[in-house]
Design a protein around this ligand. Structure first.
Ligand code: MC0
Length: 141
């Protein structure tokens, strides 16, 4: 069902400092910057690899408000890995398959994610404590 690891989401307090750290120390570059107000995040996608089926990224996430998912995570755990995003070919089909196994879906229907992707989250309490995101990448232009 999964085609690759699309991204690893990392919760950070200061997006600009984190971007500079990944550029300087790991040589990664920003390929997209977005804010998702409904998610309460400002983010930067740092590209790790390019591939025909879609790239792979580190997604740096700074909360735009304290009561957001990333804001609450930072208050509880501090900075660190927040979620894993797996690439899928068809996010609706993957949701139906996983939901059918009794795993709680945070999103029963896909919503808009970074870089035009269609995404949905699975509940970390049913996925071994790892917040999990399904990512159907936007069709390539
Ligand atoms: C919360 N929990 C986590 C967790 N966040 N466990 C592992 N990893 C995480 N990231 C655990 C808490 O420790 C707590 O456990 C329990 O889940 C409830 O957490 P809560 O924050 O008190 O409660 P809720 O229900 O308000 O929120 C949890 C939930 C939420 C997973 C539903 O964080 C959510 O909707 N996340 C999906 C959206 C999201 O993360 N958006 C930000 C990235 P205990 O044991 O204390 O009960 S947006 C993004 O990434 C998009 C733009 C993209 O990729 O395209």
């Amino acid at each position: 069902m999964f085609t690759r690891i699309d991204h690893v989401g990392v919760a950070v307090r200061d997006l600009e400092k984190a971007v500079a750290w990944y550029e300087t120390n790991f040589g990664l570059s920003v390929v997209a910057r977005e804010s998702h107000e409904e998610q309460g995040v400002h983010e930067a996608m740092m590209q790790v690899a390019q591939a025909p089926a879609g790239g792979s990224y580190v997604q740096l996430l700074q909360p735009s408000r304290e009561d957001s998912p990333v804001g609450k995570f930072l208050a509880r755990n501090g900075e660190g890995v927040h979620h894993i995003g797996y690439g899928v070919v068809d996010v609706e089909a993957a949701l139906a398959d996983i939901g059918g196994k009794g795993i709680r879906l945070v999103d029963a229907r896909p919503r808009h994610g970074s870089m035009g992707a269609s995404i949905a989250f699975l509940h970390p309490k049913d996925t071994g404590g790892v917040l999990t995101e399904l990512v159907e990448a936007a069709p390539r232009a």
